[in-house]
Design a protein around this ligand. Structure first.
Ligand code: SAM
Length: 482
């Protein structure tokens, strides 16, 4: 039987079924142990150090106790600590991105995904490079600067060379004042050699959702195709890091399996990356399974309420304070509003989950991956964020300045977020307001920027940011960054 070892490179040792079972038992036994819960919450709180704050995070066992706890006043306290961590580390910035679907050809048999091989009533489509360019222009015209590319797994139709061509095309399009400055990649698990090619093509984060950490459940949900191999999939992030990719993004498809098991597995995966590579995941996504062509989420036995979903997000925030957290348009405006308060740092906006969807006037459904709950325009999303006290950010500076892996964390730990990320957010928001926003959004934005500039502690940084913002408003000069 496999023995738990976070430093092992074997999936069944670093995501160890026995360790998860014992963790869940321990969590259940202690879910009303107030002294222990208070101790864990105290450990999770940010502590002042020098000019900045440090957080130790929580182990998977500690975080699982909090997730199991259903005492309303303690759950409220979890939300409050999650919000505190979010504000101390990330400030009130929210980074925006959009997914770009390249191809829905797929040879896997995933039971939750409409792209599965046996689905014969979905139109199959793969973008040509001209079509990629047209989609990118449509995304730039909305104001997007950061994309996550998505494709099914199909070595004949979507080989790595195709993905690399698409990345080159995306980075090459400079339309009006627009540019895509960061391409994140969400494609199936692959080899070290292919990860190195993606790294050399200048990708941002490599994202791969685990779907479920429960091996038996995983094998049943992926009955056919290369994705059936649990170990190959689970060990993918180690290969990505071996291939030179510093920033990797984890995720579970919530609603398939038992959420407490998934949560423990997710935090153990983060601990494993930290133990082996010295750096945890750059982001964690929290997708929930949605209705889609040929897919009825009611068929899975793990569906979770909005309340549980929000508690999961807060507990992730407490356990891995330095990791960005992403919520997509799978979720409604209402759920996203709450999630933003308790730890989310990135959201997608105006997403279309169909291949070629951005160049269509009406939202197409024939090649769509799942129903999108939040169907607002990017302008509406930007305004909503500002009206809820957040700064929409189109910043991509960190990775372009080489601040990848654990180098971003030192900004947090040294209290430099307000002198670096904050002005970057304000400058990229100004670009958006000048080039793409509606007059109402522009007005809300300019007064927010005026107010937020006052928060920059370093006078020199404040002066430079103010001058750059003036320049953006009065000229075509763009892409300033700290
Ligand atoms: N094909 C790649 C893979 O297998 O990892 C990644 C691309 S896939 C387009 C991106 C993600 O969409 C999947 O990892 C899965 O978690 C999610 N997804 C699939 N079907 C979904 C559904 N019905 N509802 C919500 N998310 C879904």
């Amino acid at each position: 039987m496999a023995v738990y070892d976070p430093k092992s490179l074997k999936a069944e040792e670093f995501i160890n079924d026995e360790e998860i079972s014992e963790t869940l038992e321990y969590a259940e036994k202690n879910k009303h142990n107030i002294a222990l819960i208070d101790e864990i919450l105290e450990k999770a709180r940010p502590k002042k150090k020098g000019n900045g704050y440090v957080c130790t995070g929580l182990t998977h066992r500690e975080a699982s106790v909090l997730l199991a706890c259903d005492l309303p006043e303690k759950v409220e306290e979890m939300y409050a600590v999650a919000e505190d961590i979010k504000l101390k580390y990330y400030g009130n910035r929210i980074v925006l991105f959009a997914p770009l679907y390249l191809s829905n050809y797929c040879i896997n048999g995933c039971l939750y995904c409409p792209y599965h091989l046996k689905n014969k009533h979905i139109a199959r489509r793969k973008l040509t490079q001209e079509e990629v360019a047209a989609e990118v222009i449509a995304l730039q015209d909305m104001g997007h600067k950061r994309l996550a590319i998505e494709a099914g797994e199909d070595p004949v139709n979507n080989p790595i060379e195709y993905i690399l061509d698409c990345i080159n095309t995306i980075y090459s399009i400079k339309h009006k004042n627009g540019a895509i400055r960061r391409v994140n990649v969400n494609i199936a698990a692959t080899t070290v050699e292919n990860y190195r090619k993606l790294h050399d093509a200048g990708i941002g984060t490599y994202i791969l959702f685990q779907e479920t950490y429960h091996k038996q459940g995983y094998e049943q949900l992926h009955p056919t195709g290369p994705k059936h191999d649990y170990a190959y999939h689970t060990e993918a992030m180690d290969r990505a890091m071996e291939g030179g990719i510093d920033d990797v993004g984890l995720g579970v498809l919530f609603g398939l399996e038992m959420y407490k098991y998934e949560f423990a597995g997710l935090i153990m995966h983060a601990e494993h990356l930290e133990a082996v590579h010295g750096v945890g995941p750059h982001t964690i996504s929290v997708p929930r399974v949605k209705p889609a062509d040929d897919i009825d989420p009611g068929e899975f036995n793990g569906s979770i309420s909005d309340e549980i979903f929000e508690k999961i997000a807060a507990c992730i925030r407490l356990a891995v304070p330095y990791t960005g957290m992403i919520v997509s348009t799978r979720e409604s405006e209402e759920v996203r509003t709450k999630m933003l308060r308790i730890g989310i740092s990135q959201v997608s906006g105006a997403s279309r989950t169909s291949v070629g969807g951005y160049t269509e006037k009406e939202r197409p459904h024939d090649t769509e991956q799942f129903d999108v709950s939040d169907q607002r325009t990017l302008d509406e999303v930007v305004r909503w964020l500002m009206e809820n006290g957040h700064i929409p950010s189109f910043c991509t500076a960190c990775y372009r300045e080489g601040r990848t892996g654990d180098r971003f964390m030192s900004l947090c730990k040294n209290g430099q977020i307000l002198n670096c990320c904050h002005p970057n957010a304000l400058m990229t928001l100004t670009e958006y307001l000048v080039d793409y926003a509606s007059p109402e959004t522009r007005e809300v934005g300019y007064s927010l920027i005026e107010k937020e500039l006052g928060k920059i502690p370093n006078q020199k940084v404040k002066d430079i940011a103010t001058k750059n913002i003036e320049d953006i408003r009065n000229s075509n000069r763009r892409d300033f960054r700290f």
